[in-house]
Write a protein that binds this ligand. Structure first.
Ligand code: OAD
Length: 235
C-alpha cells in the first residue's frame, strides 16, 4: 500500500505563479483591503465591488501556470497516496495534475447562491470564455450570484473531510501559510502522533506547529525539490 502524504498549502504556494500572499502586503490582497473583499460584511456592504474583484482575480487565474512546487506535489502521486488540503482559491494544484484536492476556502472558478452557497443546484463552473459575472446577476434561487469563496466570518464545511485526510497521514507537509487563520491552521494537529511534519516557507513561521517539525526554509519550488530529495523521490 502506498504511504499517504498530506499537504496543507496556503498563499505562499502560488507566489511563484504570480499571486500575492495575504499578509505582508499591509493588509491588502491584490491591492484591496482584505476586509473589503474577503469578509462576509464586505460582501453584504458592496456586492458589486466584491463581484468585480473576483472577476479580476479570475481573469488573472486563467493566465497563471502552476509552478514546480505544484508540479512536484502532483508527480508524487506516482509513488504516494497524496491529498492536498489547500486554503487557496486558485486551481493551480488541479492544473498541475493533483487529483485529490480539498479547497478549504472555496474556488475562484465557481459562483453560487448567496442564500445557500453549498446548494449544488446553483453552483456554476466558470470558464475562460464565460468568466466575468455581471454584478446583480441572480442565481437560480433568486438570490445574488456570489463568488464560491469562504469569507471571513463564515463556516468552513470542508474542514471535516480535510481533518479525516490529516488523520491518515504518514507524512504531513505545510507549504506557504502563516498558519494564522483557523480552523485551517489547526489541521496539522490531526496528524497521527509521530508523523513527520515538514514546513516549507522561506521565512520563519511564528505560528509554527507544536511539536517536532523540519523547516525547509525555501520557496515552494526549491523547497519541494529538497523534500523530494529527502524522500528519495525522482520525478
Ligand atoms: P499568508 O499571506 O498569511 O501567508 C503566506 C505565507 O507564505 C507566509 O508564511 C510567507 O512567508 C510564505 N511565502 C511567501 N513566499 C513564498 C514562497 N515563494 N514559497 C512558499 N511560501 C512563501 O497566507 P495564508 O496563510 O494562506 O482566507 O492565509 C490564510 C487565509 O487567510 C487565506 O486562505 C485567506 C486569507 O484571508 C480566505 O480567503 C478565507
Amino acid at each position: 500500500m502506498k504511504k499517504k502524504i498530506v499537504f496543507l498549502t496556503g498563499a505562499g504556494m502560488s507566489v511563484e505563479s504570480g499571486f500575492k500572499t495575504f499578509r505582508g502586503n499591509d493588509g491588502l490582497w491584490e491591492n484591496y483591503p482584505v476586509e473589503q473583499v474577503a469578509s462576509h460584511e464586505g460582501w453584504e456592504a458592496d456586492p458589486t465591488l466584491v463581484t468585480n474583484f473576483y472577476n479580476m482575480l479570475r481573469r488573472k487565474l486563467w493566465q497563471a501556470e502552476p509552478n514546480e512546487g505544484h508540479r512536484l506535489i502532483a508527480a508524487l502521486e506516482r509513488d504516494y497516496d497524496v491529498s492536498v488540503l489547500t486554503q487557496n482559491v486558485d486551481n493551480l494544484h488541479e492544473k498541475a495534475g493533483s487529483t485529490h484536492v480539498i479547497h478549504l476556502h472555496g474556488e475562484l472558478t465557481k459562483v453560487c447562491s448567496s442564500i445557500d452557497p453549498y446548494d449544488e443546484r446553483y453552483i456554476q463552473q466558470l470558464t475562460p470564455e464565460h468568466s466575468d459575472v455581471e454584478p446583480g446577476t441572480k442565481a437560480g434561487d433568486g438570490s445574488l450570484l456570489r463568488p464560491f469563496i469562504v469569507f471571513f466570518g463564515e463556516s468552513v464545511p470542508m474542514l471535516e473531510p480535510a481533518a479525516r485526510e490529516a488523520m491518515k497521514a504518514d507524512i504531513f507537509v505545510i507549504i506557504g501559510t502563516s498558519l494564522n487563520v483557523y480552523p485551517a491552521a489547526g489541521l496539522v494537529q490531526y496528524a497521527p502522533q509521530g508523523c513527520p511534519v515538514y514546513l516549507i516557507d522561506p521565512d520563519p513561521v511564528f505560528n509554527a506547529p507544536n511539536g517536532k517539525f523540519t523547516h525547509i526554509q525555501k520557496g515552494a519550488s526549491e523547497g519541494m525539490k529538497e523534500l523530494c530529495e529527502k524522500l528519495g523521490f525522482k520525478k
